[in-house]
Design a binder for this molecule. Structure first.
Ligand SMILES: [Fe+2]
Length: 61
């Protein structure tokens, strides 16, 4: 199915937001690791993976 350029651009922008969110979570995971807060670091890594999965869902759409 062909979609408009406007919709393509919007989906690409959303993919970027999802990936950016993942990077932010990863950076927070790093900070928590530095504080020896491994439980919080682990939780942030899970969130990062979730954002990556969101990006992949849009990429697959
Ligand atoms: Fe997301």
């Amino acid at each position: 199915m062909e979609i408009s350029k406007e919709l393509t651009d919007a989906i690409n922008e959303q993919i970027n937001f999802e990936m950016y969110s993942g990077y932010v979570y990863l950076s927070m995971a790093t900070w928590f690791e530095e504080q020896n807060l491994d439980g919080m670091a682990h939780w942030m890594k899970i969130q990062a993976k979730e954002e990556y999965e969101h990006a992949i869902r849009f990429w697959n759409a």
